[in-house]
Design a protein around this ligand. Structure first.
Ligand code: ADP
Ligand code: MG
Length: 210
């Protein structure tokens, strides 16, 4: 009885995360950018406003070290606050890149007038917005900007099903079975306490003061 799965398999979804940055030349229009992001149906998982040091800016753009535009890129990126955003959506990485348009905002205005860089950017360097260019870049850039947040990749499809079935469902099934027997007045608090008491990952030893 206790082994009967209560939860159906999760649906297969391929939600991706990507890192967007509202760069210094667009930060005064941040509200408008956020409105655009929401109307394009991206979820904003995390956001922070920060000022990069020259070292951080160089680190973030390390792949361009040595190129002619590198010094002006670093000067620009640390010239004012930026807003880093973790966006989530199905195929978020490619979709956000497509919405940005060409890297050079002058070209964007000519060739892709509806693109976000046409709207918010100014020139080759000051192009308003950033977007990660691949899955691995996105993970690295999210970790760079949000080092305190959990940045493990999101499981997809069968991996997500396997993960929930092996790590979550057995414990939750047991908890909910006990809960239905006990019928506590405040089931959520009861459940929270039960999970704390029965956490299979609880440390086996407790620290003692020396
Ligand atoms: P993207 O941001 O589209 O991924 P890149 O990774 O090639 O573009 O370049 C990073 C940033 O460096 C650009 O967003 C832009 O701010 C700046 N940049 C790129 N190429 C040039 C260039 N040729 N001249 C001046 N600045 C540039
Ligand atoms: Mg790039």
């Amino acid at each position: 009885m206790e082994d009967t799965p209560i939860f159906p398999d999760p649906p297969v979804v391929t939600v991706e995360r990507t890192l967007a940055i509202i760069k210094p030349d667009a930060v005064h229009r941040a509200d408008e950018v956020m409105e655009d992001i929401k109307s394009l149906e991206f979820s904003i998982l995390n956001q922070r406003r920060l000022r990069l040091t020259p070292e951080q800016a160089s680190d973030f753009y390390a792949e361009h070290y040595g190129k002619m535009f590198f010094p002006s890129l670093i000067a620009y990126m640390q010239s004012a606050d930026i807003i880093a955003l973790v966006l989530a959506k199905r195929d978020a990485i490619q979709e956000w890149r497509d919405l940005l348009g060409p890297t050079n905002a002058v070209r964007a205005k000519q060739e892709a007038p509806d693109s976000l860089r046409a709207k918010y950017g100014h020139d080759q360097t000051r192009n308003g917005l950033h977007g990660s260019d691949s899955y691995h870049t996105a993970e690295r850039e999210i970790r760079f900007m949000f080092s305190e947040s959990i940045t493990e990749p999101i499981y997809h499809g069968q991996d997500a099903t396997d993960y929930l079935q092996s790590k979550v469902n057995p414990v939750l099934t047991k908890a909910l079975t006990h809960l239905s027997k006990q019928k506590p007045e405040d089931p959520l608090t009861w459940l929270a306490q039960w999970l704390l008491d029965n956490n299979p990952n609880k440390p086996k030893v407790t620290e003692v003061d020396t």
